[in-house]
Design a protein around this ligand. Sequence first.
Ligand code: ZN
Ligand code: ZN
Ligand code: FE
Length: 765
Amino acid sequence: MKRKRYIVNGRVQGVGFRPFVYRLARELSLTGSVSNTQEGVVIDVEGEEENLEAFDRNLTDHPPPLAGITRIENLEMESLAHFKEFTITPSVSGRTHQVLISPDASVCLDCQREVLDPGDRRYLYPFTNCTNCGPRLTITRSIPYDRPMTSMACFEMCPNCLAEYNEPSNRRFHAQPNACPVCGPEVWLADKQGKEIARNRESMARTAELLIQGKIIAAKGLGGFHLVCDAGNNQSVEQLRKRKNRPGKSLAIMVSDIETAEMITRINPHQEKILTGMEHPIVIVPVKKPFILSPLLSPDTENLGLMLPYTPMHLVLFHYMKKILPPEKPAALVMTSGNSSSEPISLGNREALIRLCPIADYFLLHNRDILIRCDDSVVFVPDRNPVFLRRARGYTPAPVFLAEKGPSVLGAGPELKNTICLTKNDHAYVSQHIGDLKNLETYDFFLETIHHFKNVLQEEPQAIIRDYHPDYLSSRYAHEESGLPVFTLQHHFAHIFAVMAENRFQGQCLGVALDGTGLGLDRTLWGGELLLVDNTKLTMNRLGSFQPVQLPGGEKAIEEPWRIALSFLRQLGVENFYGFPWMKKFRNQQKHIFRMLDQNINSPLSSGCGRLFDAVAALLGLVETIEYEGQGAIRLEKIQDPSETNHYDADLFRRGGMIILNTPALFENVFQDLKAGTRPEIISRRFHLSLAHGICNWVTSASRETGVSTVGLSGGVMQNMTLSGLLQDLLVNSGLNVLVHRMLPPNDACISLGQAVYGREMIKQ
Ligand code: ZN
Ligand code: ZN
Ligand code: FE
């Protein structure tokens, strides 16, 4: 006989951790107790040595699906206590625990079975959940995570539900959102005026019918509203695009099951694993040809954002759809965020009825309040691990683990793709995707999120860190509203601090930050930067950049990339370029643009990598006016012929101590190739290859000079899987240690993390 004591920290509350320990101990004939304490979950256990070893293994290797153990302390006790049985000690309320709230989790297999079992009391009940699944962050106001602190507080459990809740061996033991058709939330269908048409099961059946008839439904979900329509109905998709004012950007879809997903897309095993995992994000996958759904879903790429049903409500909806649809027809729905473009996703019933009225024909509503918005997460899966495009539902608020403990600070984030980051001890909590801080609605969401994070983490920051750009709403908040000491960090350095923090790398690191725009320390626009950062000594150097180019018209040039193409041509002194159709079109504006450039009227300098992609895409005639960020690059990547292996030279030169990547020369090569009649598909591939080789040379020459052999890659351009894949291979083959983002998006969603880790060091020093 032996006795052991464990102290377990991390996400161990509200995830069925204590019942798991209870069952495990009983199975192994161990005695003792498990309890929630201030230090974490404490397990006191005794029994046969062999059984204790098995207990130990199971505890570390097979914890409940939603648990996230950050640390297990393990003590051998000298004397035996001779416990009679194994018990769960009730937790003492009013204490502050080291608690982490779980992200919202997709409906588990057990709950799925119940929802689809006609004999079960939760048959077709849209709010079924258990300790292994269901809503968490989006229904939680504050800690401790207990029913009164959630939006389930107003639903009193019926005797059946209460019995489940109180029984340690039940899957719903202490499942705070536990509910059933007798006592839980309800769903109903309403018209545009908010008048109820049908309730509960009937409303779901009616919704399925309306969708198949081609209607657009605003459906309240887990973290906000979705706009939903039949993905196989071209007219509905066209209608939705028109009403949402979103002509070309890809629309995500949800299909009934993995078999349907395989019918319409080419999914590899890694993608399937992420699609069906606990988080259920939108996964970007290549479509199968011929494509059997609406061609309007994803006009700019060969890829499609796909997800599987993640709430019981989705299961019920597909259940009714499949009853109506012929068996050979796939059940696929467009599920896009319920907002008009640029605003945050709607969350309340009344708010949605007003804001989504111009878009939706009907509203599927329910009465379980969403306390904080959370969009669907979006990932690429290039290999085993996802690369995030948007990190939100299913992942937030899981922390990034930092290398050391430190004071609490708040990273305010940038303007576009804003997130905030609040640190606590050695954890950095990066918020869900907030959006572009360009309007009051999004700014309110930003404020709500800061408030929410302080509440659920019970933490007050000691300082706030903002972007170098003083006019971003996040920067203004830092100065005018936060009431905290403010530190400032330039955008691209923040990118590199973020990628270093994610990889828990400390010391000297080269950084390649490639994106569209960020205000540089010299007041020009940066975005193709070679940096050197030491995150322990807090030294920062700009070693190199892309050769800057003028943007005639500033913002206007970003919207109309042909202007940037003209700027490159002017810089190169190319005179005769009217051989291409798009150029003829802009011939009458050429004089005007050239005058702006020559006299430097509203033509700021930019070294942004995104601008180079824009210019090449425009030169090849792929875009004229841009509808969404990165559209030119996405179209350029789409057309490439991957069998092409030749590339141009992308040379480097020195200027003022910096290593400059000669991007105009690269552009000229593209131009000459096009003039020589080479196909755009070949040129696109050559361009990607050249840029990867050029950047690799750029980094290796900096590595030779500085003796630093680690390089971090960050910035929105890293979402170009072609470029980032090629670049990583080349850098690794050159003997460099390469750090990339795997927990946060490489885009500006990671900026708040970089700011926060920088701010913590500033305070420490
Ligand atoms: Zn479940
Ligand atoms: Zn009930
Ligand atoms: Fe950026």
